[in-house]
Design a protein around this ligand. Structure first.
Ligand code: UD1
Length: 337
């Protein structure tokens, strides 16, 4: 039996596929390569000395999904394919709702037709909107502020409704905090197509000389040093969280939601200082206005994942930074070397 990973060539997907192959799972990837590079697949093979089956295509392509489920014995799906940039989603709401919501509907329809009802879904901490309090618990209220966040919430709701209608579905929703870092081999990592939006990817490109300086968005937040605080989690820890979620998907046909974070927040200034210490690279920066939609601080309550999934993040901030830099310095242009 195989695991289908949608979006398996992307940043989180590629790291998840490595962990699956290392655990001797058979893996099938479907990815339209809209924000991923096919070279990641050969790198995965190099790391694991194992191969997976790859289909290039979108989760909107129902005929393709049918073919995949007909041709392979699929046990469960890890659904990572989707668009993920908050600001971009404000300009392209239809594209975001189509890919993220319609894509999930089509995937679930095909899964149901083939009697595959085990699903791990990639959601985001963005669904909490302005937090009720810190740390954020899975039971806290939700409220997205962008089409991206809204699309994640809509999918969470439709999965809950699906489980109510047919309790044979076994569904795990993973709400990621801020994934950073790269595989220790330096062979796979985050490879933004454009100028990065996310902090760690931006800092790496400043360090490697591709970007001149970092803008720190706001230094007047109610945080210890005035800059934004986030719960950064190593992508390898995150990938292992998916394996724990898969192991838990069982015959008890439940729907469950887990935060995947470390439970500890770091400020932008702490990230810059630690990056400089570890890499010996200076990160020129200047303070600028707050970015629209940003919050002062958020970090996860991770006790639910620890108790129910037997999972917790193990890798330190230093390891996150070291591995990000290892990947970036070995691959200054990402996969386009
Ligand atoms: C962003 C997304 C979120 C997504 C997450 C992980 C937004 C508003 N949110 O979260 O939906 O799940 O990435 O991919 O886009 N910062 C700077 N300068 C920069 C970039 C960031 O100061 O050039 C600061 C931000 O203000 C924030 C922190 O760094 O305080 C982290 O930012 P970022 O990496 O973009 O993640 P989030 O905004 O938390």
């Amino acid at each position: 039996m195989a695991i289908l990973v949608t979006g398996g060539a992307g940043y989180i997907g590629s790291h998840t596929v490595v962990e699956l192959l290392n655990a001797n799972q058979q893996v099938i990837i479907v990815d339209n390569l809209s924000n991923a590079n096919v070279i990641a697949l050969s790198r995965i093979e190099k790391i694991t000395a194992k191969s997976c089956i790859f289909y290039q295509g979108s989760v909107l392509n129902k005929a393709l999904l049918h073919k995949i489920f007909t041709d392979h014995a699929i046990e469960a799906v890890i659904h990572l394919a989707g668009l993920k940039a908050e600001a971009d989603s404000v300009c392209k709401p239809l594209q975001y709702y189509e890919t993220n919501v319609t894509g999930t509907i089509i995937l679930c329809q095909v899964m149901a037709e083939h009697q595959v009802k085990k699903l791990v879904f990639s959601s985001s901490a963005t669904v909490y909107g302005v937090p009720d309090g810190l740390p954020i618990k899975e039971t806290d209220s939700t409220g997205a502020t962008t089409p991206y966040g809204q699309s994640k919430l809509m999918v969470e709701q439709l999965l809950a409704d699906l489980h109510t209608a047919d309790n044979q579905w076994d569904i795990t929703i993973l709400r990621y905090f801020n994934p950073v870092g790269a595989h220790p081999s330096g062979l796979i990592g985050e490879d933004p197509c454009d100028i990065p939006n996310n902090l760690m990817a931006y800092i790496c490109q400043v360090a490697v000389g591709k970007l001149k300086e970092l803008q720190v968005f706001g230094n007047d937040y109610l945080t210890p040093d005035g800059t934004g605080v986030r719960d950064y989690i190593h992508v390898v820890d995150l990938a292992q969280g998916h394996l724990k979620a898969l192991a838990k998907l069982s015959s008890n046909s439940a729907i469950a939601t887990y935060n995947l974070g470390t439970g500890r927040g770091y400020s932008v200034i702490e990230i810059i200082n630690t990056f400089e210490q570890i890499t010996g690279k200076a990160i020129p920066y200047r303070f600028s206005a707050r970015r629209d939609g940003d919050l002062a601080a958020y970090f996860a309550d991770v006790s639910h994942a620890k108790t129910a999934l037997d999972w917790h993040a193990e890798l330190s901030l230093e390891t996150m930074i070291e591995s990000s830099w290892h990947w970036q310095s070995k691959n200054p242009n990402g996969y386009r070397n």
